[in-house]
Unconditional design. Structure first.
Length: 82
């Protein structure tokens, strides 16, 4: 859609308005989803699991990544139960 569009009928105006409303709704839903994901990532259990996962990854060699993965899931399970 161009900014300075000249409309020939009300149907064209309604069509563009409908498209803009749908785009607005999509943007709103994406914003809500991003906000929800952000707040979930700040939950204490996720912060702890992420911190231990990152610390574990720096201490272990690449061939020991399985241990870091197991540690991450174990911590997640531990904090999920509480």
């Amino acid at each position: 859609m161009r900014r300075n569009r000249i409309y020939q009928s009300f149907e064209e105006i309604e069509s563009d308005l409908k498209i803009l409303r749908l785009k607005k709704e999509i943007d709103w839903l994406q914003l809500k989803n991003s906000t929800s994901n952000f707040t979930d990532s700040l939950a204490p259990k996720n912060l702890m699991a992420s911190a231990f996962s990152n610390v574990g990854g720096s201490f272990f060699k690449p061939k020991s990544r399985w241990f870091g993965l197991i540690l991450n899931y174990a911590l997640y399970y531990f904090f999920k139960k509480k």
